[in-house]
Design a binder for this molecule. Sequence first.
Ligand SMILES: NC(=O)c1ccc[n+]([C@@H]2O[C@H](COP(=O)([O-])OP(=O)(O)OC[C@H]3O[C@@H](n4cnc5c(N)ncnc54)[C@H](O)[C@@H]3O)[C@@H](O)[C@H]2O)c1
Length: 348
Amino acid sequence: MSLFSSPDFKDHEQVVFVSDATSGLKAIIAIHSTKRGPSLGGCRFWAYKSESYAIADALRLSRAMTYKSALARLPLGGGKCVVIGNASEIKTPALLRALGRSIDQLGGRYITAEDVGTKPSDIRIIGEETAYVAGLSESSGDPSPITALGVFEGLKAAVRFRLGADYLAGVTVAIQGLGSVGRALANQLQVAGARLIVADINQPAVDAAARDLGAEAVPVDEIYDVNADVFAPCALGAILNEETIPRLKVSVIAGSANNQLALPEDGSRLQRRRILYAPDYAINAGGIINIAFEDRIAGTYDRAGALAAVGRIEMTLEEIFNRAESESRSTNEIADELAEERLVEVEI
Ligand SMILES: NC(=O)c1ccc[n+]([C@@H]2O[C@H](COP(=O)([O-])OP(=O)(O)OC[C@H]3O[C@@H](n4cnc5c(N)ncnc54)[C@H](O)[C@@H]3O)[C@@H](O)[C@H]2O)c1
């Protein structure tokens, strides 16, 4: 299997294969870039179909973290750790501690945090072996509420840009996924007077949104077909693709999910349909911004600074929207370009 010639390998600085026979740990830590600072990205547990899938995921996710942090002008680079295996079957304190020792050996070039398959309590165990952990509850804590706040502000900016509306009262938003971020976003939208249409594979979450927020519930696959102003994907990746994009009847897409476009060309597909897409890593940066305001050495967290920085997501999106419109290009292409420019900025 090739690494350097893989299509997902984009000048990653370091890719580390980690194993520990005693605990059964098999993990890959990919450091895409440390140009702006130490690489930071969550630790994901997943039962990958093969090792190649795990490597591809680590390469892609670490690069996305570089772009997300650079676009938000954070003093962080991009990294990711993927552990091969189903979290409920393989995750033990011994395995987490072995992973912590491996992270420690990287000397701070990679800092880990929560992701799919890990909880703050797991990060705490990893932290018994290394100081290079972030997002613990006594520090910046659960990033979801602040991610939702960033999405809410970004959604408002997108609505203003495309629909010319300063307020969300009467605007219809279709939300896919009512988990930590989706539900918090739904709460804020309801307070702002938006009309909600929701779908989730988790029926109790749907029932709660219908009961508490007056949301209209639709079957999971019908969320792409509803008449709404905004589509807010807050569940899975790759949901904007050649099958779903022709079905959409919205003017704006603004949600928290990572990797929403199945392919970069899907951004152009949206542009041709005059649907304004708020690039995922621009609008969902609230969580990483929150972590960046931890001072891990002093053990402090600057919440006011984090909130002010999340407020700037709106400006970043406006810059992307304006540039995309004046150059007749897709918003995802402009976001990548801006992130690449910010990656090489000398002054941070
Ligand atoms: N939590 C954060 O701070 C954060 C930050 C950046 C990006 N994100 C991204 O935002 C998305 C949501 O994150 P979260 O923390 O709320 O996750 P979560 O696991 O709490 O919620 C995901 C929700 O999506 C639902 N879901 C799964 N498959 C679905 C489907 N096919 N149709 C409809 N609903 C479905 C789940 O039932 C769940 O309620 C993810 O893509 C995540 O990577 C989260």
